[in-house]
Design a protein around this ligand. Structure first.
Ligand SMILES: Nc1ncnc2c1ncn2[C@@H]1O[C@H](COP(=O)(O)OP(=O)(O)OP(=O)(O)O)[C@@H](O)[C@H]1O
Ligand SMILES: [Mg+2]
Length: 373
């Protein structure tokens, strides 16, 4: 375990460099207490994630090494309703979280009192679901007498690519595409994020979920559309590529409606072809903007984050685009793209080192933004 020095992050050359102090605004409305406790920077941090329909706990050492990571998906519970039911999610988190924390600690072979901190997603997310994680994390931190740190879920997604010691070159253009968000962000340094654009309506993951529902493929839509698309022809339907060459923002609502109209007009069209053509349109837009962002900012690579980053075609096209530009493609392990607690522990380790523990008065913040420069 690392001792009392300031944490290091991986830099552009692959060597370890000291991070610059994050923009003070990047801490969002999460309240912090005082200066960094550098002693807390080394060692194992327990991460807890309950912002939506995954209950997760993980132990990450020195901010990058995953000692354990367990995720319990509530998909089966919500499938019945075709989407996440907030009250059902909160109750499931209550039942699942403590056993998962016990498993994460025992797999990592650490005891609660031996941790350097307990990190938890405090927002954004579902209010009741977040409250279960935040209250549990505070209780554990007090009982074990270790620091408590509140983490922004979107910032946690941005830390996924650096897990397990991956070298993340900076600055890097990141496509953060999840169930609730689609953002194009330049990570200039840990904690210093420049927002280029974001979705004006549906998130990319939300579009996958809604299209899957129209096509009768079930919930969650992303993985099943991804699988189905592998059997289809992506050129069979020329769906619109909204805002492809305009600005940095995204819009997926019109594309989703175009798929709906097409399937109503062509009920016999092979589902695999429709899925592949829809997916190609989403991927075209995400990759084209990321490529343009690399060219305009001189970034060292493209990083994918969020659940949609697990998409096979997005990963393939991003890799291809980066190779042709001679920059790095940073693709987190698929399990680290969707919600997990390892990314929360990694972000928490870093926040703990820079900002020190959060106040125990911190509560759930359902609308917490990723604050950017
Ligand atoms: N292989 C895939 N292809 C496309 N989309 C996918 C794939 N796997 C998962 N997704 C999508 O990712 C989303 C879930 O991602 P994630 O868990 O990061 O979202 P969230 O936590 O609910 O939202 P947010 O992070 O914005 O709060 C879902 O919309 C799901 O359909
Ligand atoms: Mg998420």
């Amino acid at each position: 375990m690392r001792g009392t020095t300031r944490p290091m992050v991986r830099g552009t050359t692959g060597t370890m460099v000291r991070p610059t102090k994050p923009d003070a605004r990047a801490t969002g409305s999460v309240r912090r207490t005082g200066r960094p406790s550098l002693e807390a920077a080394g060692g194992a941090v327990l991460g807890i994630e309950t912002s939506c329909d995954e209950t997760a706990a993980a132990v990450v050492v020195d901010g990058v090494d995953i000692a354990s990571s367990v995720v319990s998906s509530q998909v089966d519970l919500h499938t019945l309703y075709g989407g996440v039911v907030p009250e059902v999610a909160s109750r499931a988190h209550l039942d699942l979280l403590v056993p998962l924390v016990t498993t994460a600690l025992s797999e990592a072979e650490v005891e609660g009192r031996g941790l350097s901190g307990v990190a938890v997603t405090s927002g954004p997310g579902l209010a009741g679901a977040l409250m279960v994680g935040v209250a549990t994390a505070k209780a554990l931190a007090v009982a074990w007498d270790v620091p408590f740190v509140a983490v922004n879920h979107l910032e946690a997604h941005l830390f996924a690519a650096g897990l397990d010691g991956a070298d993340v070159p900076l600055p890097v253009v990141t496509v953060l595409a999840s169930g609730g968000h689609t953002m194009l962000v330049v990570i200039e340094a840990p904690g210093r994020y420049r927002l280029l654009g974001q979705t004006l309506d549906d998130a990319a993951g939300e579009a996958f979920d809604k299209v899957a529902r129209f096509l009768g493929l079930g919930y969650p839509g992303g993985p099943v559309v991804d699988r189905m698309a592998q059997e289809g022809d992506p050129r069979s339907v020329d769906f619109p590529r909204p805002l492809l060459h305009q600005g940095w923002d995204f819009s997926f609502s019109g594309l989703k409606s175009a798929v709906l109209r097409y399937t109503r007009l062509h009920p016999d069209a092979p589902t695999a072809d429709v899925a592949a053509s829809f997916q190609a349109a989403v991927v075209d837009v995400l990759v084209s903007k990321a490529v343009r962002a690399v060219r305009e900012t001189g970034a060292a690579g493209i990083c994918l984050a969020g659940g949609v980053a697990a998409n096979s075609e997005l990963r393939r096209r991003t890799t291809e685009a980066c190779e042709s530009m001679g920059v790095r493609a940073l693709l987190p392990e698929r399990a680290m793209c969707t919600d997990n607690a390892a990314m929360v522990a990694a972000a928490g380790w870093w926040r703990l080192a820079w900002d020190g523990p959060s106040s125990l008065e911190t509560g759930a913040e359902p609308d917490l933004p990723l604050l950017t420069a």
